[in-house]
Design a protein around this ligand. Structure first.
Ligand code: T3D
Length: 258
């Protein structure tokens, strides 16, 4: 598949996906949904980490509203069901870490995308907003799930109801992202992080991702059982044997992702 709305590069185990409609702040069209879905599939087959970022001055402005003008508005439940929900599910199910490099404004479903990543870094000048209410919609693409769990219910509710823009610093201090990086260093730092993750025990990272996916809803008993099961699986990997061997041989481990 050749891409028109994203850039895709696979280097050193990292699949870099750049949303590439900068003149629209990388707003989503159905075509972009199809291409991101395809790119995540390629990552699943060929990479050990994903880096997600945006071209130009925006990260992603959510749905492309030029496709929602006038009276010919589709059933939005259908677009959520068919496009946005599968995207968020695919991100959370992908068996490798997704690093988001939030290079600029993340609005609407674009903010949801950042929240659905595993490790989000943001440029100091980046901003986040739950833009939905500004156009008479409700947060979607997982924002009402991730936001209260990351930032707390009081902040999530106010962000959703007011649609106010917050800074990257605020997002970090509220626990919504991993860290803030100077604008000119963001991409290099995010790429370095993704490269690091791509050289780690990929199966363990996938199992850690699953543990945290389920931790958001499990009670302690279920989570303890899950940890047991995941550890059983991790204990059977080649990378675990390598990690222990490297520890005793006092050398850096060479993880192969199996
Ligand atoms: O519809 C469904 O299927 C349901 C799913 C919904 C999911 C959603 O994401 S709903 C929320 C949709 N997104 C928004 O409501 C955000 C709209 N954009 C903004 O509020 C602002 O653009 C920003 C706060 C993101 C950035 O503001 P600013 O001042 O930095 O930039 P700008 O001047 O507003 O935008 C720059 C250009 O991008 C501009 O085009 P122009 O005038 O230079 O030709 C603007 O129209 C365009 N743009 C920005 N966001 C979108 C967009 N074009 C289409 N769709 C957008 N979402």
């Amino acid at each position: 598949m050749t891409y028109q709305t994203i850039l895709f590069v696979l280097v050193g185990g990292v699949a870099k996906i750049t949303l590439n409609r900068p003149e629209r702040l990388n707003a989503f069209t159905p075509e972009m949904h199809g291409e991101v879905k395809d790119a995540l599939g390629r990552a699943a087959r060929n990479a050990r980490a994903v880096l997600l970022t945006g071209a130009g001055r925006g990260f992603c402005a959510g749905q492309d509203l030029s496709q929602r003008k006038g009276d010919d508005i589709p059933d939005l439940g259908e677009t959520i069901h068919n496009l946005y929900n599968p995207l968020i599910r695919a991100m959370r199910a992908l068996e490798m870490p997704i690093v988001a490099a939030v290079n600029g404004v993340a609005a609407g479903a674009g903010m949801s995308l950042a929240l659905a990543s595993d490790i989000a870094l943001a440029a100091r000048s980046a901003t986040f907003l739950q833009a939905f209410v500004k156009i008479g919609l409700v947060p979607d693409s997982g924002s009402t799930y991730f936001l209260p769990r990351l930032a707390g219910v009081a902040r999530a509710r106010a962000l959703a109801m007011l649609g106010e823009k917050i800074t990257a610093e605020q997002a970090a201090s509220w626990g919504m992202i991993w860290k803030v990086v100077d604008d000119d260093k963001l991409l290099a730092e995010a790429e370095g992080l993704a490269r690091h993750l791509a050289a780690q025990p990929t199966r363990a990272l996938a199992l850690i991702k699953r543990a945290f996916n389920e931790a958001l809803t499990n009670d302690l008993d279920r989570q303890l059982d899950l940890e047991r099961d995941l550890q059983r699986a991790a204990g059977k990997t080649e990378d675990y044997r390598e990690g222990v061997a490297a520890f005793f041989e006092k050398r850096a481990p060479r993880f192969v992702g199996r």
